[in-house]
Design a protein around this ligand. Structure first.
Ligand code: SF4
Length: 709
């Protein structure tokens, strides 16, 4: 009888962008017995939220996809890989490289993302690889690029604690970034002078901590922040030295903002002039200000402009690049950042290089020694599914995401996947709404098995370590991608034996022809041995000669990644949401998360303990609206949206009367779908409306009507 063994492995939580470190106790190399927050991980210092603390309960083998599937039949890896490779090659030969696409996920590890991007952009020769991160933070990316010249998050989590004024815009951090919120709560307790302002049409759990809550009319954020810029200028609260030394474009932007008076802003945002003035005065007089923003800003047809209007306010006051200051986008997913670093978005190359830039293309192709390189942006998520629908994209490989539930316009996604000649899905679960459309399904390893790195909201790269061998016949996503690449005939670029080999190649690419013009520099992490990679401590990029231990915050020297080295003010004109209410569809539908569920519930839905907080989908409505429609708690209502006045797009939900809603607005959680609660898939009510710059869909503002069932 062999002696029992025990070990503790440090890894990261696979849910939100906080990126908490977790220590897992393993018995006999096969049983996960206990889990705790890592006390030395700089994201959480031992804390975990309820989702993270229940990871072991949701890690059961039940419901796993354990074998490759061709149709409804189990298949060998060889057959499944061969069929995918052959079909991809045939379609590319006949219709060109843009006839195929990948739709990937912020749940993939950086190494998975890297090889998927390499295969599509460097070997297939198309940029048709987009990600569900498009739905999450692409507007924040676009805004950073426009202002700073690179997708570079200026702040770190400590800034949230060091701020004297913390503004949370479109963020219910108490539920969506719980550990970060715990850190903010503690900071406020230690420093009662710290002011917290929440800006959100709904009063949420996050607003409970706030000294001021501005329940602005949905979609009016640009007005609020353009008005702030005008106020700052009128009250000599701009930092002219900083503007002159470190920025460009202020004059044009301030001239466009000047017409916004307090009363006009208050009227447009539908808040009182008094509370607006208090907020503006607070911003003007406070030295250390962080504005953290999330989906309420990003998921909008003007998400990029909203984010830039926030950034403009920080540039105008020099509240950036120092402790407790800066505009700070919070990412939703654990590795949305890692994905965008290696080029997981259709409009980016790799390592923050630009597809449109011939020198960047040359750098990447030379480094990869690849046969080709994509020379134009690929299809962003909404356009991608449009092009599957119109037959231009004939094969799609979906990895670690469930677009049937998460994308807007469910009906169109269903039509597209039905028409598509080849739908391949890689996932760790055996059943979800998207897998129903798969011709071929690849079993992927899950959280406790995957090995690689992720990057959290503060640019911190952490190791996610494999705790157990992959279940059944499951393989890591990077292995599946490399197998398909090799079967397509691309032997040379995909001969990786470990995640470390992929990371080493990626880190090397970040330094190729990088004269400091791209912030993403991992030259200090190149050439790690397997042991060094395994022992890698969480570290914030850039990591290079100048910053061997990583970099807490960016732009401390006032230098940006633009050609001039100066930050750019960006003109941000107010534009109303696209899905507007009218007499037939009088309610604004807002959407978001509940505290203890994650995405489409394929994992968090596995344990009843996480359902205890909110055990069913619902529609929150203000009491006055409910009274007007003669609705009471638990009444079932049918929701239909302005652009989908047909049965398929109706959603049935029970009413919850909740005066934290503004009148005329309703809120429903995003998690439920046909798989777990028929007719409760709220994204079915949102149209394809998306931000013209970022392509991020408007998932917070649909026009709906309610009918009692
Ligand atoms: Fe996981 Fe986010 Fe909770 Fe941390 S805050 S334990 S990363 S879900």
């Amino acid at each position: 009888k062999s002696a029992s063994t025990a070990s503790v492995v440090s890894t990261t939580c696979p849910y939100c962008g906080v990126g908490c470190g977790i220590d897992v106790h393993i018995a006999n190399d096969k049983q996960l017995t206990e889990l705790k927050g890592s006390s030395d991980h700089p994201a959480n210092f031992g804390r975990l939220c309820v989702k993270g603390s229940k990871l072991l309960e949701t890690n059961s083998p039940s419901g796993r996809l354990l074998s490759p599937m061709i149709g409804a039949k189990k298949a060998s890896w060889e057959d499944a890989i061969a069929q995918v490779a052959t079909k991809f090659n045939q379609l590319i030969a006949k219709h060109g490289s843009d006839s195929v696409a990948f739709y990937v996920s912020g749940q993939l590890l950086t190494e998975d993302y890297y090889v998927a991007n390499k295969l599509m952009k460097g070997y297939i020769g198309s940029a048709n690889i987009d990600t569900n991160s498009r739905l999450c933070m692409s507007s924040a990316v676009a805004a950073y690029k426009r202002a700073f010249g690179a997708d570079a998050v200026p702040c770190c989590y400590e800034d949230l604690e060091q701020a004297e004024l913390l503004i949370l815009v479109g963020s219910n951090a108490a539920w969506t970034h719980p550990v970060l919120f715990q850190r903010i709560e503690r900071a406020k307790k230690l420093n009662p002078d710290m002011q917290v302002v929440t800006i959100d049409p709904r009063r949420t759990a996050t607003s409970e901590l706030a000294d001021m809550h501005l329940a602005i009319k949905p979609g009016t954020d640009v007005v609020l922040f353009n008005g702030l810029l005008a106020y700052l200028d009128n009250h000599d609260a701009v930092n002219t030295d900083y503007i002159t030394a470190n920025t460009q474009g202020f004059e044009q932007v301030i001239n466009s903002c000047k017409p916004w008076t307090l009363s006009q802003v208050a009227q447009q945002c539908d808040i009182s002039e008094l509370e607006l003035h208090s907020f503006y005065r607070l911003f003007a007089k406070t030295d250390k200000v962080v504005t953290a923003y999330c989906m309420g800003v990003n998921q909008s047809t003007s998400g990029s402009d909203k984010a830039n209007s926030i950034i403009n306010s920080h540039l105008a006051t020099g509240k950036i690049g120092r402790e407790g200051c800066g505009p700070f986008s919070l990412t939703g997913q654990p590795n949305a950042m890692g994905g965008r670093e290696v080029g997981g978005l259709a409009n980016m190359l790799a390592c923050h290089m630009d597809i449109e830039n011939p020198e960047h293309r040359q750098t990447v192709q030379t480094y990869w020694q690849s046969p080709t390189i994509a020379n134009k942006a690929g299809l962003k998520a909404v356009d991608l599914f449009d092009n599957i629908n119109n037959g231009k994209v004939k094969a799609v490989w979906i990895m670690a995401t469930n677009p049937m539930v998460s994308m807007p316009n469910r009906q169109k996604i269903a039509e597209a996947l039905t028409k598509c000649e080849l739908v391949v899905v890689s996932d760790c679960v055996a059943k979800n709404d998207t897998l129903d459309y798969a011709h071929i399904a690849f079993p992927a390893s899950c959280w406790s098995e995957k090995d690689g790195t992720v990057t959290n909201s503060e640019r911190r790269i952490s190791r996610q370590r494999g705790l157990l061998p992959a279940a059944g016949k499951a393989k890591h996503d990077w292995q599946i991608i490399c197998d398909v690449a090799k079967a397509m005939g691309f032997e040379n670029g995909f001969d990786f034996n470990s995640a470390n080999e992929i990371f080493a190649e990626y880190a090397g690419l970040t330094k190729a022809d990088n004269q400091g013009s791209r912030g993403l520099d991992l030259s200090g992490l190149c050439n790690m041995t397997e042991t060094q990679y395994n022992r890698l401590k969480p570290v914030q990029w850039p990591v290079n000669k100048q910053y061997p231990d990583g970099t807490k915050r960016l732009f401390t020297d006032g230098k940006f990644y633009t050609q001039s080295g100066k930050a750019q003010f960006v003109l941000t004109d107010f534009a109303a949401p696209e899905q507007l209410t009218n007499t037939d569809f009088p309610f604004v539908l807002n959407s978001g998360r509940v505290r203890d569920q994650w995405h489409t519930m394929t994992r968090t839905g596995k344990t009843s303990e996480l359902s205890a907080h909110t055990n069913r989908p619902y529609l929150a409505i203000h009491a006055i609206d409910a009274q007007r429609l003669a609705l009471k708690n638990d009444d079932l209502v049918s929701l239909s949206a302005a652009h989908f006045n047909n049965k398929q797009n109706r959603v049935l939900l029970p009413i919850v009367i909740d005066n934290n809603q503004r009148q005329g607005e309703v809120f429903a959680p995003i998690h439920w779908s046909a798989s777990n609660a028929s007719s409760a898939n709220i994204s079915a009510l949102y149209t394809d409306a998306n931000d013209k710059i970022s392509g991020q869909p408007e998932l917070k503002h649909a026009a709906v009507k309610l009918q009692k069932v």
